[in-house]
Design a protein around this ligand. Sequence first.
Ligand SMILES: Nc1ncnc2c1ncn2[C@@H]1O[C@H](COP(=O)(O)OP(=O)(O)OP(=O)(O)O)[C@@H](O)[C@H]1O
Length: 594
Amino acid sequence: MTGAGALLREIRRLGGGRRLARLAVAGVVAAGTELTGLALLGCATWLLVTAADQPPISALTVAIVGVRTFAIARGLGRYLDRLVSHDAALRVLADVRTAVFAAMARPAREPDTSPDEGDRLARLVEDVDSVQDVLLRCLLPAGVTVLAGGVTLAVTGAVLPAAVLPLAVGLIVVGVLLPVAAFGAARRAADGLASARAAVVGAAVDVSHGAADLIATGAVAAAVAVAAAEADRVAAVERRAGRVAAAVGGVAAVVPGLTAAGVALVAAPAVAAGETSGAYAAVVILLALGKVEAAGVLPDAATRYAHLRGALDRVLAVLAPPTAAPAVPARATGAPAPAVVAGTPAPPVDVRLRGVRARYADDRAPALDGIDLDVGPGRRVALVGPSGSGKSTVLAVIAGTVVPEAGSVGVAGAAPDPETAWRQVSGVMADAHVFHASVGENVSLGRPGVDDDAARAALRTAGLPGWADALDRVVGEDGGQLSGGERQRLLLARALAVPPPVLLLDEPTEGLDPAAAAEVLRAVLAAVPRAAVVVAAHQLAVVADADEIVVLDAGRVLERGDHAGLLAQQGWYAREWAAQVASAEGYRAHATTG
Ligand SMILES: Nc1ncnc2c1ncn2[C@@H]1O[C@H](COP(=O)(O)OP(=O)(O)OP(=O)(O)O)[C@@H](O)[C@H]1O
């Protein structure tokens, strides 16, 4: 149960030793409650067997008091057990929930490669609740079985040493072997069912969404047969899991009886030899029956753990502390970089990349390989190149949200830390979000110093002068009520409202025609004369004025230089420039004649 071990370490990291101590107390109380029940069973058994010989009542007084005491204590113990265990688990849950939300709010060091971020977040919220189930229904019963089992074995050993072996065997079968079998079967079933169910859903969706095409091509029967075969596969996996669960349940039901019979077998000669009394032998037999029966919750706990394991792993993965950036020196001092506030000129900063290699997944080619870049204050560098060549990844590396696996990144001489990089680096990134709020709120984002006047000025600079008088206009979910060009310019205004020392612009003028785009970008750059600027763009005309233009291809630098120099090189840039000019002229000619 590596996941369970990691969970306990995480609980300690988040809540300190007190959380683990509370869980341990919960385990002791639960074990105490179970032992009180067993003591009641033992006392009552001794009383009944001894009373059959009609001894003087004084000989039974202690046992009678014991039965009453244990009966009352068991009820109280159960109440206390629920109280303490739920209190401990809910405190842990609160720690985990807070930490998960904090981790989700933190900019990702590792890029997210999941296909559906929204689905992942929704599932994560449910996953956090699984922590409670793992604690209360899996780990606690296991701890109780170990504690209460140990005490029962000790008591049995004191009364009748020969009975320890059959009891231990019964406990190992029900408390160890059956849970291991149940866990393995449930894990195989869960793994198999996930893919089998996905295949059924996929086949069913193909049949329903593609019905018209299937009918038109006479392929309905074949498609339905595929869906039916996938459904059969699900049924087969479920049947297999059901058979194992039934076998485990069956064995768990007979082992307590067999254990009691085994204890009875060794007890009979001991009673005959006068080593112990019949009453004590009966106590030991019933204790074995009761304890092994109680351990019968463990196969169920193991099955439940197999189902919760995936959720637990996902939560632990989110909670894992971010790993340090490889090959990048840490920030020289612990002092945070000064916050940039509107109206306060931020100190200039330079950006330096050396031999940067970055990769999104181990089994994929590097998205960047051997990238060198120098962007001093006031310098404008453009990144161009085919789609997927790595432009956005260079910006993400500078922002610190993608950590390179080799090479170094320096922003003002230190590796960018995603937690604090926003103080020095901001702009319009590929995944920037427009909030379902007003224009003014989207521009200011609640930052101190960005009042309405600052927001208006930023909107004008970003090419949205008409919006300066519409700060209250609500823009819809993720800017749904905006055109692509308006959305980008709103994001530009947000970046300009607090001009950063390093301005990163990913397709900032997407959706505008090249002439308007170049004009907007010129105005934006004029507003941040001392910023180090890196712009990624597809339209070459928009960035032709840049001090340096870097052409990327498959994560490597293909060409670099200024516009005139690159045209002279007669390479990718020159060809793309000619193609874009021809296409713009063709468009203009078409528009004029049309
Ligand atoms: N989050 C991600 N997870 C996995 N792979 C990614 C991710 N983002 C980018 N990639 C891959 O990294 C490579 C570089 O992508 P990047 O977005 O940096 O290129 P780009 O030049 O900005 O493309 P575009 O011009 O289309 O925006 C591509 O192969 C892309 O598929």
